[in-house]
Design a protein around this ligand. Structure first.
Ligand code: ADP
Length: 303
């Protein structure tokens, strides 16, 4: 395991930010850490990167304890904090050499050159960081996070504020990094999770509410929402006789919205129901649920 978190709690004064949080992340996984604002994502990331201590609980990174072996933990981790704080008056190369020096890297110039290539900063390397666009600043943030060749990357909202082209570039970069590193990233963008994350951990009000592979999370938590129009009016009681229907909502005239938590496609049951009740189906539409819906389902349960 790359990361093992065991019953971590964190309180700021009276504010409980994390409540017995436990999870594990395997090597070379890209894990999306999701949750509404204030859920505790940054707090968890700051604890894992040894920026702040937990109030209680333990966590290990490649077997090193975050409290007793924090120097070793820091060597294993590259961290891109929220808002990507950078020295705007420094030149890209100069800044990366400075960060490399802090990590006591040998052959700093070679390593900086390598990072500039990996993050696609060649054309910007002689510019001041303050003169770079947001997308290129993110690349500098990623380069500084990776300069000591850590096994784990912790990226706090790495794509916030990027334009669609920059988004695509940075996602591609992260996806590539995930081939040989463990990546834990927080984001609000659900398409990002679908596009790049193998696993998803959802946190709400300091509590882990979901932890699964991205594909399972969608498959296992999907609701079927079907809009159906019959040729005649029918009663809600009659509709309840369709197997696996959890909710029927009357939209207008003879049109209904039927919601089912079943994993089986319920459209055939709706047709069978129509036939046995001498009804014709005039229209039938199935809405696909997206990761956004799964997120809403988990984060609206406890509020
Ligand atoms: P997220 O990253 O998911 O938006 P945070 O970890 O930043 O959430 O915050 C979790 C909770 O802890 C929030 O209620 C926030 O207001 C509170 N919090 C975070 N940092 C501090 C702090 N330094 N002092 C007091 N409360 C804090």
């Amino acid at each position: 395991m790359s990361i093992q978190v065991n019953s971590i709690c964190k309180t700021y004064g009276n504010q409980k930010a994390l409540d017995k949080v436990s999870f594990e992340i395997g090597s070379n996984e890209i894990v999306g850490f999701l949750g509404p604002n204030g859920a505790g994502k940054s707090t968890m990331m700051k604890i894992l990167t040894c920026f702040i201590p937990p109030t209680s609980g333990q966590a290990k990174v490649f077997g090193f304890d975050i409290i007793n072996e924090s120097i070793e933990v820091r060597k294993q981790i590259g961290y891109l904090p929220e808002h990507n704080p950078l020295y705007l008056d420094m030149y890209v190369k100069e800044f990366l050499e400075f960060v490399g020096g802090l990590h006591q890297i040998s052959k700093i110039k070679n390593r900086v050159k390598e990072m500039i290539e990996v993050t696609g900063l060649q054309a910007e390397q002689t510019k001041k960081i303050g003169a770079l666009s947001k997308g290129y600043r993110q690349r500098v943030g990623l380069a500084q996070a990776m300069i000591h060749n850590p096994k784990v990357l912790i990226l706090d909202e790495p794509t916030t504020g990027l334009d669609p082209n920059q988004l695509e570039d940075i996602r591609f970069l992260i996806k590539n990094l995930g081939k040989e590193k463990t990546v834990m990233l927080s984001t609000h963008i659900m398409q990002e999770v679908e596009a790049i994350c193998d696993k998803v951990i959802i946190i709400n009000q300091g509590i882990i509410v979901a932890n699964d592979e991205t594909k399972n999370l969608q498959k296992n938590n999907i609701k079927q929402i079907i809009t159906v129009e019959f040729d005649k009016s029918i009663s809600i009681q009659l509709l309840q006789s369709i197997p696996d229907i959890n909710q029927s909502i009357h939209l207008h005239n003879n049109t209904w919205q039927l919601i089912s938590n079943s994993k089986n496609d319920i459209r055939k049951d709706i047709f069978d129901f129509a036939v046995s009740n001498q009804l014709s189906v005039l229209t039938l539409n199935k809405e696909e649920q997206k990761m956004e819906d799964v997120f809403k389902q988990f984060t609206s349960k406890k509020s």
